[in-house]
Design a protein around this ligand. Structure first.
Ligand SMILES: C[S@@+](CC[C@H](N)C(=O)[O-])C[C@H]1O[C@@H](n2cnc3c(N)ncnc32)[C@H](O)[C@@H]1O
Length: 412
């Protein structure tokens, strides 16, 4: 066995090279300080039960704990960690040095990367609700030589003792809401990076504190294990056909039989007839559709499907892990897979039901409006739950338990 195989150095270098290439493919540039940290921290020491190749696989998380088959803890996927650290570093214009950071959700690896980024005069505290995870993180951090990370076992829904402020709070578990503790523990102009579910779709938002509100600086498509404890929020899947599901957010009701019945009716395909500019971020379009459909008073849903259902032609979703859909006026409609025209991709909608053509037409109208507006990206503002309607900025309002979210769109 070569030294390289034992230490993982070669695999780590290859992983970082791949992450840089992935960034470039998405039109992103990895910050040098993030790259340096990724090159230095021995990820395999935080995944001792995984093979070296798994530890250094850029795309995959390494699951470290399951409860009844459900993954409840993992060392997150390198691509996602790199993008979220990039969001944080961007929010500070690259000045991460000497920052004080709270990480919510511990695995040890991200805390070690943060330790590298903030340097000896900064600090890193990591909190996890699960003592198995904090014990494991403590042991892995010690083995990798990061003894100066503070590891706390607590439910991060509440303020983390000792009471103090942080420049950066980075949440590494899927949240449904922003509890007041997170805003209150941030310094003014501090940054919260959080994978937040809105309209059933999760994005990692970098939010800057401005008084009692948070305003987004960037967002990225992502997926995470769900928050446990007092902030846990159910997401349910209902089957509407063999291998076809609707993902329902808390409180959403839908009759699966109705949607299943509509899906069994012949489809109508409608095209937007618009060539997509290169590098269009369709995740932004999906939030636009969610906002526009909600503003129009129609029911917004998220469709997901097994590969077998797609192969069988039961559904043709744009993205089988979560595609915008709507149920309205006796028709079920969703964003369908792209088509290649002579020189560009085109957007489409697939609809079933009594007035399927009209439903598909409405959805592609929203798509055209987004393209005509310059493919704008979403901007999120988070305000306290008791903010009166009159004090809300203009935009699509989504009420959560602790906060009022307002989504707007600005041209890229
Ligand atoms: C994806 S893992 C964290 C990955 C880690 N940051 C790393 O270095 O890769 C998510 C963690 O969040 C934790 N968690 C879930 N709910 C929590 C809560 N309410 N408070 C604190 N931690 C929580 C889980 O126990 C799990 O260990």
């Amino acid at each position: 066995m070569s030294v390289d195989t034992v230490s993982g150095e070669g695999l780590r270098a290859a992983m970082v090279d791949q992450l840089i290439a992935d960034h470039a493919n998405k039109g992103l540039t990895m910050r040098p300080e993030v790259e340096t940290a990724l090159r230095v921290v021995p990820r395999h020491l935080f995944t001792p039960d995984a093979r070296l190749e798994e530890a250094y696989c850029a795309e995959e998380a390494v699951v470290t704990k399951r409860v009844s088959d459900e993954a409840v803890s993992s060392v997150s996927a390198p691509w996602l960690i790199a993008e979220m650290l990039g969001q944080a570093a961007d929010a500070f214009d690259g000045e991460m040095y000497a920052r004080h950071v709270l990480e919510i959700g511990s695995g040890g690896y991200n805390a070690a990367l943060l330790r590298e980024l903030v340097g000896p005069s900064g600090s890193v505290t990591t909190v996890d609700i699960d003592p198995d995870v904090t014990d494991r993180a403590t042991a892995c951090l010690a083995a990798a030589g990061y003894d100066d990370v503070t590891v706390v076992c607590a439910d991060a829904e509440q303020p983390i003792p000792p009471s103090r402020l942080y420049d950066l709070i980075i949440v590494t578990v899927g949240a449904w809401d922003i509890p007041p503790a997170w805003t209150e523990q941030l310094v003014e102009h501090g940054t919260l990076v959080v994978p937040l579910r809105t309209f059933g779709m999760t994005r990692s938002w970098a939010l800057c504190r401005e008084g009692d509100r948070l305003v987004s600086r960037s967002q990225r498509l992502c997926g995470f294990v769900s928050m446990r404890g007092a902030g846990a929020h159910d997401m349910r899947y209902v089957d509407v056909a063999e291998g076809v599901h609707l993902r329902l957010d808390e409180g959403q009701q839908v009759d699966p039989g109705t949607v299943g019945g509509l899906l069994s009716q012949p489809p109508v395909q409608v095209w937007a007839g618009a060539g997509l500019p290169p590098r269009t971020v369709l995740a932004d379009l999906d939030l636009w559709l969610a906002a526009r459909i909600t503003d129009a008073g129609q029911q917004f849903l998220v469709l997901s499907a097994q590969q077998e259902a797609v192969d069988a032609g039961l559904v043709v979703p744009a993205w089988r892990f979560g595609t915008p859909a709507t149920l309205h006026d006796g028709a079920f409609c969703y964003r369908s897979t792209l088509r290649w025209t002579d020189d560009a991709f085109d957007l489409g909608a697939r609809a079933h039901g009594s007035d399927a053509a009209a439903a598909g037409g409405r959805m592609v109208e929203h798509m055209r409006a987004w393209l005509d507006a310059g493919s704008p990206s979403p901007v999120l503002q988070v305000l306290p739950a008791d903010t009166p309607d009159g004090d809300l900025p203009a935009g699509t309002v989504l009420d959560k338990r602790h906060s009022r979210l307002v989504l707007t769109f600005t041209p890229a």
